[in-house]
Design a protein around this ligand. Structure first.
Ligand code: GLC
Length: 446
């Protein structure tokens, strides 16, 4: 039988919406398969938002002040009042090993951490600014400790870096509510400053796997500057994976006709409805509502919701970058720790259905699915005992079993004119997103 015949991709396959075929690196960004190979297999990483704002937890002068890492802008905090936060930055509870172990136990393969967010404060020892962690009572290079811990635990490390900078005297534009004089500012000097910091970040901390840019949307940044910063970083670290937010957009012709640069797309707080065909992408999503620590945000996602997001991104061919906003004392919020533990518990049993997998031609109902070679993984939540029809599938697998309990014996399957029917046992093998594996004789088309 021809491979394509195993799954008939015809429209109208009741309930199974079709995904456009996705070949990693087959167009758009993400051309370099070698550089992207580990990233595509990893599927799951941790995002960390930590900075001076974490010490405020969303509160300014005794009242809730908008949110998190945007607090300086939201509460219109004057420059002179924000800078002294440096003197109170002393996260004694910070333990790089605890952060990295939490990521590793959750099954995350990489970590991306804010080295400098929009507030402009550097959490590393930078020779080109005094507004860094070495000027605080804490005086420890947080990025060095994290990079070292990641290496000890076998996890890759990536740097988040904000192009927008509310502190640097040469960054333009100023906030529109600010009085700070900008007559002597030179954006070219700011670009040189960023280059110097990125050189520090790419050369002082061993191998860095990812550069995750952000804050590229203001009028001073454009496609040509994005291309040039991208190429600058790539020249220092040829294998570093760079996100698409390095590019300011605009007219691609302005940089010699090169299209948008960056290896992967970055949908934020959402999983694209049918994935992003032909592109590499990573959804970044928070565990509550905020990126940075907010003491007023109690809207935590349940373990089942978090795993659902991971299943959904993997089934559509993307990665999930799940955020933690450590508290001002440097510890993870207990709710984040609980969520990560729950995911880890599930991943230890079901990780084989996530890592190294690709999108299936099916986007969602009646179940979600991932592909890896000859294996089709079906995620079945809620569990429904009895026959489950998989429309659009024309050949039965040679074997089907519960990933959590392969010894329980094969599950019955049969091809019917309406699709393959799978018979599910009375009891689910686990409470959350149980997985059924179907094995075929040949690799399935992704
Ligand atoms: C937005 C926000 C920023 C956050 C980022 C994460 O760009 O400005 O605060 O770090 O999203 O994707």
């Amino acid at each position: 039988m021809h491979r394509r015949d195993l799954l008939r991709l015809g429209a109208g396959a009741a309930g199974w919406s079709m995904l456009a075929p996705r070949g990693p690196g087959d167009g758009g960004v993400g051309q370099d398969a070698d550089r992207m190979a580990w990233w595509r297999d990893a599927r799951f990483g941790m995002f960390i938002h930590f900075g001076l704002y974490s010490t405020l937890g969303g509160e300014w002068k005794g009242a809730p002040a908008g949110s998190h890492e945007w607090i300086r802008n939201n509460a219109k905090i004057p420059h002179e009042e924000y800078i002294p936060l440096v003197e109170g930055f002393d996260p004694r509870g910070f333990d790089a090993d605890a952060w990295v172990a939490a990521a590793k136990d959750a099954g995350q393969k990489y970590l991306v951490v804010t080295t400098k967010h929009h507030e402009g404060f550097s959490l590393f020892d930078s020779a080109v600014t005094g507004y860094d962690v070495m000027s605080t009572p804490f005086r420890r290079d947080i990025m060095r400790e994290l990079a070292d811990a990641c290496r000890r635990h076998g996890i890759r490390i990536g740097w988040y870096y904000s192009i927008m900078d509310w502190y640097h005297p040469d960054y333009l534009p100023r906030r529109d509510w600010e009085q700070r004089d900008a007559t002597a500012a030179s954006f070219a000097r700011y670009v040189a400053f960023m280059q110097a910091q990125l050189r520090e970040l790419l050369t002082n901390y061993g191998d860095i796997s990812i550069l995750w840019f952000d804050g590229q949307w203001e009028r001073t940044w454009n496609h040509a500057l994005g291309v040039s910063l991208h190429d600058y970083c790539r020249a220092i670290a040829p294998d570093v994976v760079i996100n698409n937010r390095v590019d300011g957009g605009g007219d691609p012709d302005s940089a010699g006709g090169r299209g948008p640069v960056g290896d992967f797309r970055t949908p934020e707080q959402e999983v694209p409805a049918t994935g992003l065909s032909g592109l590499d992408w990573e959804s970044c999503i928070t565990m509550n509502k905020n990126w940075g620590w907010s003491k007023f945000d109690h809207d935590w996602k349940s373990v089942s919701e978090l795993i659902g997001l991971l299943v959904e991104t993997a089934s559509k061919g993307g990665n999930l970058l799940l955020n933690v906003g450590p508290m001002g004392d440097g510890r993870f919020p207990p709710q984040s720790i609980d969520g990560l533990r729950g995911i880890g518990h599930w991943m230890r049993v079901n990780g084989a259905a996530i890592y190294g997998t690709r999108a299936t031609p099916f986007a969602d109902a009646p179940v979600r699915a991932t592909l890896r070679g000859t294996r089709l993984n079906l995620f079945i939540d809620p569990w429904r005992p009895g026959p489950l029809l998989l429309p659009g599938m024309t050949a039965a697998p040679h074997r089907a079993y519960l990933l959590a309990d392969p010894g329980a014996g094969p599950l019955e399957t049969r091809a019917t004119p309406g699709g393959v029917e799978l018979r599910l046992p009375e009891r689910a093998p686990g409470p959350i997103w149980p997985v059924v594996v179907m094995e075929f004789d040949e690799a399935l088309p992704g």
